[in-house]
Structures are given as C-alpha cells and as structure tokens.
Write a protein that binds this ligand. Sequence first.
Ligand code: FAD
Length: 299
Amino acid sequence: DTNSPAPSQAHRPSISFEFFPPKTEEMEQNLWGVINRLAPLAPDFVSVTYGAGGSTRERTHSTIKRILDETRLVPAAHLTCVDATRADVDEVVDRYHEIGVRHIVALRGDPSGGIGTSYQAHPQGYQSSADLVSAIRSRHPEMEVTVSAYPEKHPESASLDADIDALKAKVDAGATRAITQFFFDNDLYFRYLDRVRAAGIAIPIVPGILPVQNFKLAKNFATRAGATVPDWLAEKFEGLDDDADTRRLVAATVAAGQVQKLAKHGVEHFHFYTMNRADLVFAISHILGIRPNGTQKAA
Ligand code: FAD
C-alpha cells in the first residue's frame, strides 16, 4: 500500500500540526526550526498544547503570540479548565481573543492527582469540557472550538457509549471539530466513526496521527492514554532500540502506510502530533501529496 501513488491534488487532504511549548532557549530554537520547515506545507492550523494543570499558561501564550507575529500560520491554543477558576480561564480566553487568536482546543485536562485518580472539578471552575466549550462560544461566538475524541474511549469513561455521549455534549455546546487521541489500528477509528455518526454527531472527527519516533516513548504514552499498541507494531520496532536510523525508516513506513490507508478510505483531514520534530511529519505529508506552497499551486 505504501507504493500506491500520492492522492491527486484535487483530493489533497488538509493537515494540521501540534507542538508543545518549549521549556528552554535551546528547545525554542529547535521548535522554530521545525515550524519554519513545516510552514510551507500550508497547514490549516497549528496548535500549541497547554501543560498539565495549566503549567505552561505563559509559555503557550508566548508561543502562540510568536506564531501570530512571525508567520502566516493560523494558531490554535489548547486550554484546559482543570484546577482553574472560571475567571482565570475566561481571562486566558479573552487574552487570546485580544491578540487575534480565533481557535481554541478546549479540554478538561487530566485530574490533578495524576492519570488514574478521580477527577474533581474546581469549585469555582468549569465543571466539564462541555461547560468550557459553551463558555468560549458565548464569550466569543466567532471563535472556533476544537475538542478531543477517543476512538478507544477515554480511560476514565465507563463505556464507549458514555464517551460518545460526552462528545455529543461538547458538540451541543458548540464544538466545531474533534481531534482524536492517537491510534495505530485504523479499524478502531472507522468503527468509532460509524458509532459517532450513528449518534448524530456531524462535526469532522480528525484522526490524530502520532509518527512513532521513539517506540518506547510511544508505548508509554499509549499506556497512559489507554491506546492499544498492536503486536505487529511492536514487532516492527523489535531489536532497534540502539539503531535510531533504521527506527526512523521504519517509523516513516508505518505512519505513511497508516495515513495512506485512511486517505484511501475517504479521510480528508489529518492532525499530526509532531512532538516538535519535523522530518517524519514532512515526509508523511509529502507522501499524502502535500507540497510546499509554490509547487502545490503550480500543480
Ligand atoms: P472530556 O471531554 O472532558 O472527557 C473525559 C471523559 O470524562 C469522557 O470520555 C467521559 O467518560 C467523561 N465525561 C466528561 N464529561 C462527561 C459528560 N458530560 N457525560 C458523561 N461523561 C463525561 N491535556 C492537557 O493537559 N493539555 C493539552 O494541551 C491537551 N491536549 C489534548 C489534545 C487532544 C487532541 C487530546 C485527545 C487530548 C489532549 N489532552 C491535553 C489530554 C486531556 O486533557 C485528557 O485526556 C483529560 O483526561 C480529558 O480531557 P478531555 O477534554 O479530553 O475529555
């Protein structure tokens, strides 16, 4: 399947990229190298995450601001409501609105006791992600609000049906798009999509793609996120712990195979968890038929 031709420009999928806010000067320089390399691919938007419990509030803001100031990219700011008062969250939203941000990725956030502990909403805070969505939409109706979706259900969720009900509540509150937790088995996504559509949810459910740069790390993420790591994937990376070059080649093949199959079955939007690295994402986008601005227009 990885040998099939790139989809024609007419069917060129749209893409978005996710970054995390850098902690150090060196990480910032790295991120800007990544942004400059990926920007010519003309993503629909680029998003910047919000550290657990709002720990990167200022860094997320300054990264978003720099994207606005120095690029023509459209930024989307992640925001969580865990451990924050409504007034604090509103202030963050209003500051974004003031500098020209028109897209928020609205999330509840992990429980402050860590993943696996029970979630307690802040007494003066938004009680759920749906509450947060509706607050953003009522303060700034022109703002786009993206939410999360979980093809394998959120670890705290009693069932996939309960999870889809939670997604429905977010859509009813005004969410305009959902991005999924990453998954490696496309069938999980398609089965989920069927159930979401059957529940009357019509917004785009954009697959979140995690190119596996580091298998051990990805496996850790997956365990915490409740995402399955198929045996075939583990086997592909077997014995490569000390061979970064081969790992990268394998990673590109795996992710390219995944997105091509999704595209072949009609998926038109892809969100990449870049982990602030450009090469794999650039290559996979290329395989999807995406070219830097100029040539794409010429085609
Ligand atoms: P929610 O929509 O709040 O749902 C979580 C689960 O709780 C539901 O599946 C459901 O079982 C239950 N639930 C909630 N509301 C209801 C309801 N009304 N009815 C029934 N059940 C309900 N975390 C960060 O800290 N910063 C980020 O920047 C960040 N970005 C993310 C981006 C994406 C695309 C994804 C998929 C996740 C991201 N997360 C981020 C992780 C997220 O914060 C955690 O997964 C968190 O535990 C849940 O928040 P949520 O908004 O995703 O889920």
